[in-house]
Design a protein around this ligand. Structure first.
Ligand code: SAH
Length: 235
């Protein structure tokens, strides 16, 4: 069903004609190998695995790195930023989905747009904000070429959230923060969850926050991670 949503969104087109960056039809097989690897390393949610199988990650990196796009590793996307490792993209998507409604999701840090594309197959609507203009513009082009329509991208500081589109069933921060701004937590619907890498003295930890009622937020740690750091304002 989720895969067919992607196909309806236009993914069928690239499946048949994908010669971009010289990877061609083989990318499907390489993606399946990546999915197998994610299964072996603890990713269980079939909806998420179907998205990893469907989204052509090599579209989101520079041509010179395309052959490495299906390794389970973070890759540079310019401007000192990286596209996250597939395992972490899958893990965060899984955490956002469990129990959450599949309504609207807000992503802070569009970067390459890869995680955005994965979310677009899992949620009804995706809102994503990026503070570096050339990355925002490139992600917009790539996501448009993929024919994804259930998403909106914005150039700006994501730490302020997207109040006009709130409340969200889920919020994902894809750059490390010292504090999770309350203004973002307050854009969650009741029962909604926020996932963010938070910086502490011991390093970074992936934090999950569930909004239990209008003033109660329950926090749990999902373990150590390593992300590029978030920055205020825009570039
Ligand atoms: N989800 C991305 C990961 C990109 S890395 C992907 O799949 O490619 C994190 C991104 O967060 C970077 O592009 C960085 O510019 C952006 N970022 C950092 N601080 C931000 C902020 N305050 N608002 C919006 N984007 C931010």
């Amino acid at each position: 069903m989720l895969l067919s949503r992607f196909l309806n969104n236009g993914f069928r087109v690239w499946k048949m004609t994908d010669s971009k960056q010289g990877i061609g039809m083989t990318s499907l097989r390489v993606r399946e190998r990546l999915v197998q690897r994610l299964r072996e390393t603890g990713i269980r949610d079939e909806r998420v695995l179907a998205q990893i199988a469907a989204v052509p990650r090599h579209w989101f990196v520079d041509e010179a790195l395309a052959t490495r796009a299906y390794e389970d590793t973070a890759l540079p996307i310019g401007y000192e930023q990286t596209v996250s490792q597939p395992w972490i993209v899958a893990r965060m998507s899984e955490a956002l989905l469990s129990e959450a409604e599949i309504g609207k999701v807000l992503e802070l840090g569009t970067g390459s747009g890869y995680q955005t594309a994965v979310l677009a197959g899992l949620f009804q609507e995706v809102y994503s904000i990026e503070r570096i203009r050339p990355l925002h513009e490139r992600a917009q082009r790539t996501l448009r070429q993929l024919g994804l329509r259930n998403l909106r991208l914005r150039y700006g500081d994501g730490l302020e959230g997207w109040p006009e589109a709130a409340p969200f069933a889920a919020i994902l921060i894809t750059a490390a923060v010292h504090h999770i701004p309350l203004v973002l937590q307050e854009q969650l619907m009741l029962g909604g969850r926020l996932i963010a890498p938070r910086i502490s003295e011991r390093g970074q930890e992936l934090i999950q926050i569930v909004r239990e009622d209008s003033t109660q937020f329950k926090e749990t740690s999902l373990g150590p991670v390593l992300f590029v750091r978030s920055r205020k304002g825009v570039e």
